[in-house]
Design a protein around this ligand. Structure first.
Ligand code: NAD
Ligand code: WQD
Length: 338
C-alpha cells in the first residue's frame, strides 16, 4: 500500500515510516516542519535505504493537500499532524483549535474529493480525562478533557465518526496512544522537544546528560504505592507497529474502530527514574515538588482489543525504552539541530 503520513517527520510519524517501509509499504510524508527537522529525512534514508518523498505543506491548506492526492496514488492516510503541548494549549488555545481541527477537516474534505477512503488518526489517552475505573478500555467514558489540546483530539474523533457515519465507504481508525517513549535502536531518530521538555522521559534523559540539573517529581501524595503518578509507557517502535497493523486492517474494513495503544502496564515516576538509572548506569538527581495542575494519579490501558482485532502485541520492555532513549540522547545531545 502507499501511505500518506501527515506529520510524518515528527517523533511518532518518523518511527512509523520505518516500520511501514520494513513491511514493504510505500510512504509519502507531508509535514510543515513546525515541530520537526528536515534532516529527519536523511536519517530515515540511513535507516531504511529509501529516499522518502516529502511535501513541505500545511495540512490545513486544501490546495496543497489536494495536489498531494493528485500526484500520488494514496491508499491510506495516517494523520499525525498536530500541535501537542498540553501546557501551551492552555496558554494559547486558539492556535491549537485552529491548527488541529483545520488539519483534520481539510484532510477529510480532500480525501473525499480524491476518493481516498482510509484514515488512521493519532488520538490520545487524554480523551479519557479523569479515569473512573482502571484499566481504561475503549468503552471507558471519553467525554471530557482537562485542556484544549485534549479537546482537539476529542473533537477530531467526533468529526471523524460523523464523517464515517455519513459515508459507508470510509474506514476510520482512532488510535488512542498512552505515553510513547524510547527511540529507534539505531539512535538516529527519536524525540526532539523544543526547549525544556514537558514530558517525563525526555526530561529524565536531559538530566542524565547533565543538560538539566534535577528532575522535579510532581507530587508524592497520590494514592499509589510510592505516592508518585502512574502511567502506561509504550516504546515508540511498538507504537509504530500498531500503525502498520491498523493500516493493514483498514484495507478490508469500513466504519469506525477505536484502539488503545499502550503496554497495558503502569509504572510510577520513581520506578521510571530507578529503571533508567539501573539500565544506563547513570544518576538522575530528583526532588519532590507539588503536583502539576491537571495531572491524574493513575492511567493505564487495557490493550486486549488491539491484541485480538489487530494481532498487535507490544514486545519491547521497560529496559528497551530506557536504553534506546539514552542512546538517542547521547548520540544527539542537541537533537536534530546538532
Ligand atoms: P510531533 O510534534 O513530533 O509530530 C507532529 C508533526 O506534525 C510535526 O512534524 C509537525 O511539524 C507536524 N505538523 C503539525 N501541524 C501541522 C500542519 N498543520 N501541517 C503539517 N504538519 C504539521 O508529535 P508526535 O509526538 O510525533 O505526535 C504525533 C501525533 O500523535 C500528534 O497528533 C499528537 O497529538 C499525537 N499524540 C502524541 C503523543 C505523545 O506523547 N507524543 C501522545 C498521544 C497522541
Ligand atoms: C508522566 C508522569 C507527571 C514531568 C502527556 C499528555 C498526554 C499525552 C502524553 C499527548 C506524570 C510526571 C512529568 C516531570 C514529573 N500526550 N512528571 N516530572 O502527563 O501522562 O501525558 O503526554 O497526547 O496528553 O498529557 O505525560 O510525561 O508529562 O508525565 O514528575 O518533569 O510524570 O506528573 O505523573 P502525561 P508526562
Amino acid at each position: 500500500m502507499k501511505i500518506l503520513l501527515t506529520g510524518g517527520a515528527g517523533y511518532i510519524g518518523s518511527h512509523t515510516a520505518v516500520e511501514l517501509l520494513s513491511r514493504g509499504h510505500q510512504v509519502v510524508i507531508a509535514d510543515n516542519f513546525c515541530n520537526s527537522h528536515v534532516c529527519v529525512l536523511n536519517r530515515l534514508k540511513q535507516i531504511t535505504g529509501v529516499e522518502i518523498p516529502c511535501c513541505q505543506i500545511d495540512i490545513a491548506d486544501p490546495c496543497a493537500v489536494g495536489k498531494v492526492f493528485q500526484q500520488q496514488q494514496i491508499d491510506a492516510v495516517v494523520h499525525f499532524a498536530g500541535l501537542k503541548a498540553v501546557g501551551e494549549s492552555v496558554s494559547h488555545p486558539l492556535p491549537y483549535y485552529r491548527n488541529n481541527l483545520d488539519a483534520t477537516l481539510t484532510l477529510l474534505e480532500q480525501m473525499k474529493k480524491h476518493h481516498v477512503t482510509r484514515i488512521i488518526f493519532s488520538s490520545s489517552a487524554t480523551v479519557y480525562g479523569m479515569a473512573r475505573s482502571l484499566p481504561l478500555t475503549e468503552e471507558s467514558e471519553a467525554d471530557w478533557c482537562s485542556n484544549p489540546y485534549g479537546w482537539t483530539k476529542l473533537m477530531s474523533e467526533q468529526i471523524l465518526k460523523d464523517a464515517a457515519a455519513a459515508d459507508p465507504a470510509l474506514s476510520v481508525l482512532l488510535l488512542r496512544y498512552f505515553n510513547p517513549v524510547g527511540a529507534h535502536p539505531s539512535g538516529l531518530i527519536g524525540e526532539c522537544p523544543n526547549g525544556v521538555p514537558n514530558n517525563l522521559f525526555p526530561y529524565i534523559t536531559q538530566v542524565a546528560a547533565g543538560k538539566l540539573p534535577c528532575l522535579s517529581v510532581f507530587g508524592d501524595d497520590y494514592p499509589t504505592p510510592d505516592g508518585t503518578g502512574i502511567r502506561d509507557y509504550i516504546h515508540v517502535s511498538d507504537l509504530a507497529l500498531g500503525h502498520v497493523a491498523a493500516v493493514e486492517y483498514s484495507l478490508n474494513h469500513t466504519g469506525v474502530e477505536v484502539f488503545n495503544l499502550g503496554s497495558g502496564t503502569g509504572y510510577s515516576v520513581l520506578e521510571m527514574v530507578h529503571a533508567f538509572e539501573r539500565v544506563n548506569q547513570v544518576r538522575i538527581p530528583w526532588r519532590i515538588v507539588p503536583r502539576r495542575p491537571g495531572d491524574i494519579a493513575i492511567c493505564y490501558a487495557d490493550i486486549s482489543k488491539a491484541g485480538k482485532v489487530l494481532d498487535w502485541h507490544p514486545k519491547r520492555t521497560l529496559e528497551d525504552m530506557c536504553r534506546d532513549s539514552w542512546r538517542w540522547q547521547i548520540n544527539n545531545p542537541e537533537g536534530y539541530a546538532g
